[in-house]
Design a protein around this ligand. Structure first.
Ligand SMILES: NC(=O)c1ccc[n+]([C@@H]2O[C@H](COP(=O)([O-])OP(=O)(O)OC[C@H]3O[C@@H](n4cnc5c(N)ncnc54)[C@H](O)[C@@H]3O)[C@@H](O)[C@H]2O)c1
Length: 256
């Protein structure tokens, strides 16, 4: 929670991947706090539905159809945000996916490229688009999404994904340190298994679901809201000394 009451009122956050899962949950949490929420997603209908949920909480929303793998669309997302709300204080890059599961020797160029385009370039484009504005304002917080997979390496199913999330965690650290003296903070969150449509895809393999749960001492999946509340904390004025690192949220597991 923020130290200052009403800290988020009339401040603006851009959330990519806002049509679903962690992005949607985070949009609703920022709406509860009175923030303006830009709901960006390649899934336009889903982004509009999230925006309607934000509006229903009495906060302002802007739904945008954005493919984060296209730099021009990401640049336009930031421009339209500033046109609509004047400023943007926060960016949460939640759009991401494992694309598909594959054993290491089955990872082909197309899968590697798609995974890195979405998770790495998508995050890079968002940060590069919003930073000039944040630097002018001498204020901004960027939160990116890593994964426990970057610690495990994703053996047997998702080394391509784990490697891309490792890149996100490292890039976040670099950005945080490059701009630390200019009012910018950047952090990443590395979740264990969270109950979202992302995991529905993994659920096509019951052994994989069991493997996840075997490794979580709490014996449950996380809820997307548990990540959203952490995004809120990170963006707030509660602990402004916090930057660069990734925070693991995993029910105590996921380390093997
Ligand atoms: N759910 C988990 O267990 C888990 C664990 C670790 C990390 N993550 C990460 O958390 C983030 C959010 O995942 P989630 O669980 O909410 O998944 P989700 O599938 O529910 O949501 C992902 C959203 O990203 C959007 N998206 C996909 N490609 C896009 C593109 N090119 N441009 C714009 N939007 C695009 C999708 O339309 C979807 O709305 C992802 O980066 C994911 O890798 C999830």
């Amino acid at each position: 929670m923020p130290r200052t009451p009403d800290y988020f009122t009339a401040k603006t956050i851009i959330i990519t991947g806002a049509a679903s899962g962690i992005g949607r949950a985070t949009a609703n949490i920022f709406a509860r706090e009175g923030a303006n929420v830009v709901c960006a997603d390649v899934n336009e209908a889903g982004a509009k539905e999230t925006a309607a949920q934000v509006n229903a909480k009495g906060s302002q929303a802007l739904a945008l159809k954005v493919d984060v793998t296209k730099r021009a669309q990401v640049d336009d997302m930031v421009k339209r945000t500033v046109d609509a709300f004047g400023k943007v204080q926060f960016l949460f890059n939640s759009a991401g996916a494992a694309i598909r599961r594959a054993k290491f020797l089955e990872i082909d160029d197309a899968l590697m490229e798609k995974t890195f385009d979405l998770n790495v370039k998508g995050t890079l484009y968002g940060m590069q688009a919003v930073l000039p504005h944040m630097l002018r304002e001498k204020f901004g917080v960027i939160v990116n999404v890593g994964s426990m997979a970057h610690r495990r390496g994703g053996p047997g199913s998702s080394i391509h994904y784990a490697a891309s999330k490792g890149a996100v965690v490292t890039m976040t650290m670099g950005v945080a340190r490059e701009f630390a003296q200019q009012g910018i903070r950047a952090l990443s969150i590395s979740p264990g298994p969270i109950k979202t449509p992302f995991q529905d895809a993994a659920a096509t393999s019951p052994e994989l679901v069991q493997k996840f749960l075997d490794d979580v001492p709490m014996k449950r999946f996380g809820e997307p809201e548990e990540i959203g509340e952490l995004v809120l904390f990170m963006c707030s004025d509660a602990c402004p000394f916090m930057t660069a690192d990734t925070v693991y949220v995993n029910g105590g597991g996921g380390w093997r």
